[in-house]
Ligand binder design. Structure first.
Ligand code: NDP
Length: 499
């Protein structure tokens, strides 16, 4: 179906052409149908209409893809590529992605629903930047020489950092291309081979990225893309006995299933999971920054961010001012289809996600929370939910404890730092947090006491290829990006020689 028929905007010609194609999976360097011949639909969240049909991978396809990745890792072209060549291939992929930026941004908006402006200025540039950052690492993955004290002889002992092997990567729908690149870039830099399973809601950009990789010159079989459902394709990948590592981003609930599935062959596991991040505004904060910044913290990407600043703690004297300010910001947001240039917030990714978020709004209302603004879905086609600010909440309410993954923030006042810290850390999650204050000493003291993998001070959602990202507690295991991610994709071998 031509994308232009769904929204009356002139799309990049390549987007229309891509959408109109048959969407096969990528195994062993070839575009192939699923073994079962089945396909599944992906929808345009702005209309609820089918956007494309995609080959539905299951266990058999995962088996084929893992075999291709194993062959590429052991005996194919992959091990013969030098670190310098790997770096250049990754850099070339970044260049190609930059050339195709508009095409990918439009494709992402159609499949995921996010505003095109956001895909253009956030998803694509972050993905391109991470590829270039990781291209640089390909030639710098080093071991060390180690003096040892074993008696009786002289020894030369050193370590080598080697690729962990065949990696299964399972990614979510909130930043489909960016999450694919977060996972692929370090795997490629370290020399691993990959089977990637995109989310069922948003498989298109990962499939197109696979094509760009071939154009960049990556040999076939090194990266295989198997779209399909989590319970079938995802579960088969997590459990596969010939996969050496699984890297997952998604819900904490599924993260725990991945862990169980991985136990069969004790594959390495890294998990980037949910969050319920506290965003803290002190009365001495620069309000001109703190109020729009706190609005951005929750409403960016429609709240479908694992880092969303979804628990807002405000020092009591400025509580009403900050809540009113964020409600005003929420009212300025223009909900609409992502392709409409006026839109600043698009639909949620799926009907299921919209219903999940509305379920939380109903639960909040039942438990006594009050919506200062928003609180409803829109009565129109597509999956639109109003940006919502809830007050009158209590710490044990569902809306305060659970990840909503939608444009809903709960606001509560605090008086003392100790009380604040107890509330802020009262979560099973520990992904991110933020502090807004002009007192730099207070900011760093609070930052040191927050149990979270990232703390922002007077800013929010600042991501950089060089900054490690990951969670404390049930927000995950391991760190992505930065040089820390290389540990997730390498094994250390100690070599000891008697001289
Ligand atoms: P999931 O955790 O179910 O999905 C993430 C990925 O895991 C998808 O590719 C999914 O496949 C796959 N998956 C699902 N079940 C399994 C399984 N048993 N074994 C292996 N892989 C599996 O997230 P949902 O899409 O269901 O969203 C639910 C909630 O999860 C959201 O409301 C939000 O709270 C949280 N979430 C957190 C994200 C984060 O970035 N931390 C991202 C997305 C969601 P498929 O979707 O194709 O079936």
């Amino acid at each position: 179906m031509a994308a232009a028929a769904i929204f009356p905007m002139e799309l990049d010609r390549r987007v229309d052409e891509f959408i109109a194609r048959t969407h096969k999976m990528l195994i062993g360097g070839k575009r192939v149908d699923s073994a079962s011949g089945k396909t599944f639909p992906t929808y345009d969240p702005a209309t609820g209409k089918v956007l494309a049909q995609v080959a539905e991978g299951d266990k058999e396809d995962v088996n084929r893809a893992v075999a291709a990745a194993r062959q590429a890792f052991e005996t194919g072209a992959w091990p013969k590529i030098t670190p310098s060549q790997r770096g250049r291939l990754i850099w070339k992929l970044a260049d190609l992605l930059e050339e195709h930026l508009e095409e990918f941004a439009q494709l992402e908006t159609l499949d995921n629903g996010k505003p095109l402006t956001v895909a253009r200025v956030a998803d694509l540039p972050l993905a391109i930047d991470l590829l270039r950052y990781m291209a640089g690492w390909a030639t710098k993955i080093e071991g060390s020489t180690i003096p040892i004290s074993f008696p009786g002889a002289n020894y030369l002992a050193y370590t080598r950092r080697e690729p962990v092997g065949v990696v299964g990567q399972i990614i979510p729908w909130n930043f489909p291309l960016l999450m694919a690149v977060w996972k692929l870039a370090p795997a490629l830099a370290t020399g691993c081979t990959v089977v990637l399973k995109p989310a069922e809601q948003t498989p298109l950009t990962a499939l197109r990225l696979g094509e760009l990789m071939a154009e960049a010159g990556f040999p076939g079989g090194g990266v295989n893309v198997v779209p399909g459902y989590g319970e079938t394709a995802g579960a088969a990948l997590a459990a596969h006995p010939d996969v050496d590592k699984v890297a997952f981003t998604g819900s904490t609930e599924v993260g725990k299933l991945i862990l169980q599935a991985a136990a069969g062959n004790l594959k390495k596991v890294s998990l980037e999971l949910g969050g319920k991040s506290p965003n803290i505004v002190f009365q001495d904060a620069e309000m001109k920054a703190a109020i729009p910044g706190s609005s951005f913290a929750i409403f960016f990407n429609h709240g479908q961010c694992c880092t969303a600043g979804s628990r807002l703690y405000i020092e009591e004297p400025v509580f009403d001012q900050v809540v009113a300010g964020i409600a005003e910001e929420a009212k300025k947001i223009r909900l609409g289809p992502g392709l409409d240039p006026q839109t600043t917030m698009g639909p949620l990714v799926s009907r299921e996600q919209m219903e999940r978020v509305c379920g939380y709004l109903d639960a909040g209302a039942r438990e006594g929370a009050k919506a200062v603004t928003g609180g409803h879905k829109l009565n129109r086609p597509g999956y639109f939910v109003e940006p919502t600010v809830l007050v009158n909440t209590r710490p044990k309410m569902k809306v305060v404890q659970e990840e909503i993954f939608g444009p809903v923030v709960v606001a509560a006042p605090f008086r003392e730092p100790e009380e604040l810290l107890a509330k802020a850390n009262d979560s099973v999650y520990g992904l991110a947090a933020a502090v807004w204050t002009r007192d730099i000493s207070k900011a760093h003291t609070i930052a040191s006491k927050l149990r979270a993998g990232t703390v922002w001070i007077n800013c929010y959602n600042v991501f950089d290829a060089a900054l490690p990202f990951g969670g404390y507690k049930q927000s995950g295991w391991g760190r992505e990006m930065g040089h820390d991610v290389l540990e997730l994709y390498t094994e250390i071998k100690a070599v000891c020689a008697q001289l």
